[in-house]
Structures are given as structure tokens and as C-alpha cells.
Design a protein around this ligand. Structure first.
Ligand SMILES: [Fe+2]
Ligand SMILES: [Fe+2]
Length: 321
């Protein structure tokens, strides 16, 4: 960079309009924005919000299935579930790291989650009542996560897009292990089949809510799509998910709990019933069946492990000096 000249003291200072134009061109050409690049403040803030919410969902998402680790029905099931829950911790770590490239502080994000100032996916506020729930979470919840996350592999922000590529590979294992568990249970006793159906009845509608509010009630969507962070609308992804899940339910031999679910012969897509958005709003604003429990566990994890963080930080500082 050349030194500022006397007659134009700010000649070397990057001009905001030029930076904005460069950013716009990057987005228009579908190239990635990297941490070193200039970006509009609203883009940075929006990304931190989305990535933090995503990271929190991965970490909180360990709890519903983690509850079953000590009660898995066999060593094989325990090993599979342990690997899956551990993957979710890893996903959280990739995402917190991506948020850090935008200047966010990990401890601050955790505080915001615990204080209810940042959200996480509404789905993890429902309880896991039987082992069939672990299978249904893998099939439906990780399945919905895949629908949401595959397009994010092309997100305009480089570190987020790259984290998603790795996450999606692991999510596909999560979905398969869930479906395989359900297949096994469906070949079992009438009680086991009833457990699977009951779990499907409880998780189907909340899984449709995972795509977020309908397009006409999704305030951040349009800007996020214009910036290439998000690639498809909530309703579009939800429709894709329904179309994908119907044949999988049939192969499994379960009934999806929606009497209005039917194939539209003209469009080749499935029509489905009305989602209970009042329930969604209740759960997302903290009043779901397990919100308090999920957040209080995170609080306990932060507080009980503060000494580890402190010791590790002191050790690192000592080594650095
Ligand atoms: Fe995940
Ligand atoms: Fe997963």
C-alpha cells in the first residue's frame, strides 16, 4: 500500500464505496467471502447470528439423545449413539470456530445462549421418551438438518460453507443409523413397532417446524438469500423434505400423522396439513416442554467446568511466555 500523499491525506484509506462494490461483485459472481475480506457490518452481524444459532443447536442437540447413552439396548447401539452424539459436539466446535473468524467470542456466545439472548433450533426442546426416539431423531431430525445444510455448503461465507461440507457427510451417517435402528425395530415385536409409530407421531410436526416460519413471516430470509448465505426459502426446503420423507415412511411401514398428506398428481409434490405455528412460537420463545432443562444443563456445564478453562488458559499463557 502506498503512503498517503500530502495533498490527499486519505488517498491510501480504502474508500467504502469501492469496498462495497468489490463485495457486491464477489457475491454476484458467486465467489466466497473470506475472513480477511471487507464485508458490510450487517452481513457480518447476520452471519454471526445464524452461525451462533446453528452452533448452539448442535450443542444443545446432544442432550435429547445423550439422555439414552447409559440405557442403550446393546453395546453396538451404545457405540453408534456415542459416535453420533460426539459428532454433534464436533459440529458445534466447527461452527463456533467459523463464528470466531467473524470476530465473535466463544464464551460470549455461550453466555448469550444461556441468557436466552440467542436461540437454537426449537426441535431440541421436545423430550425423548423411548429408545425409538433416537431412531426417529436420526431419520427425521438429522434428515431435516441435511435438507437445510446441503445448500449451505455453497453459502457465500467461506468458513461456514467449508464447515458445512464436513458436517453434511457426518449428518448422512446420522440419518442412516437412525433409519437402520427403526428398520430393526419394525421387524421386531408389535410393542416395538408401536414404539416407532408413537415416536413418529410425536416428532413429525416438530421436524417440519425445523425449516423455520413460513416465507411470508420470515424477516431475515430475503436479505440472507440476496447475500447468498441462504440458497432456498424455508417453505421450499420444507416441501422438499416432505416429498423425500413420504416414501421413506412407506418403506419403513409407519404412518405420518397428517390426514391431509397427499400427492398432488399435477405437481408431483405432496400437499400437507397446517403446521401449528402457535406451538412453534411458544417453543422458540422458551416455553417448550424441555427448554428450561436444556438451558440449565448448559449453564451447569459452563459453571462446573470454569476451573478447567481457567487452568487451560493459565497453562497456555505460561507456555507462551
Ligand atoms: Fe449435527
Ligand atoms: Fe446430526
Amino acid at each position: 500500500m502506498s503512503a498517503p500523499t500530502l495533498d490527499r491525506p486519505d488517498a491510501a484509506a480504502p474508500d467504502e464505496a469501492a469496498l462495497q462494490a468489490h463485495f457486491d461483485a464477489t457475491i454476484a459472481a458467486d465467489r466466497r467471502v473470506e475472513p480477511r475480506d471487507w464485508m458490510p457490518e450487517a452481513y457480518r452481524k447476520g452471519l454471526v447470528r445464524q452461525i451462533a444459532q446453528h452452533a448452539h443447536s448442535e450443542i444443545i442437540g446432544m442432550q435429547p439423545e445423550g439422555d439414552w447413552l447409559l440405557a442403550a439396548p446393546s453395546l453396538r447401539r451404545k457405540a453408534v449413539l456415542l459416535a453420533k452424539v460426539q459428532d454433534e459436539a464436533g459440529h458445534g466446535m466447527y461452527l463456533y470456530s467459523a463464528a470466531e473468524t467473524l470476530g465473535a467470542d466463544r464464551a460470549d456466545l455461550t453466555d448469550k445462549l444461556i441468557e436466552g439472548r440467542q436461540k437454537y433450533s426449537s426441535i431440541f426442546n421436545y423430550p425423548t421418551l423411548t429408545y425409538a426416539d433416537c431412531g426417529v431423531i436420526g431419520w427425521l431430525v438429522d434428515g431435516a438438518a441435511i435438507c437445510n445444510q446441503v445448500p449451505l455448503c455453497r453459502s457465500s461465507y467461506g468458513p461456514y460453507a467449508r464447515a458445512m461440507i464436513r458436517v453434511c457427510k457426518e449428518e448422512s451417517f446420522h440419518q442412516r443409523q437412525g433409519y437402520e435402528l427403526l428398520m430393526t425395530m419394525m421387524r421386531g415385536t408389535p410393542e416395538q413397532r408401536a414404539m416407532v409409530q408413537d415416536a413418529v407421531d410425536r416428532w413429525w410436526w416438530p421436524s417440519l417446524m425445523m425449516f423455520g416460519p413460513p416465507d411470508d413471516d420470515s424477516p431475515n430470509s430475503a436479505q440472507s438469500m440476496a447475500w447468498g448465505v441462504k440458497r432456498h426459502s424455508n417453505d421450499e426446503l420444507r416441501q422438499r423434505y416432505v416429498d423425500m420423507s413420504v416414501p421413506q415412511a412407506a418403506a419403513l411401514g409407519v404412518t405420518l400423522p397428517d390426514p391431509e398428506l397427499a400427492l398432488d398428481p399435477e405437481t408431483g409434490r405432496h400437499r400437507f396439513g397446517q403446521i401449528d405455528w402457535a406451538e412453534f412460537k411458544q417453543v422458540i420463545s422458551g416455553n417448550g416442554p424441555c427448554n428450561a432443562e436444556r438451558v440449565s444443563r448448559r449453564r451447569a456445564a459452563r459453571d462446573d467446568n470454569a476451573w478447567v478453562t481457567e487452568a487451560a488458559t493459565a497453562y497456555a499463557a505460561k507456555h507462551a511466555s
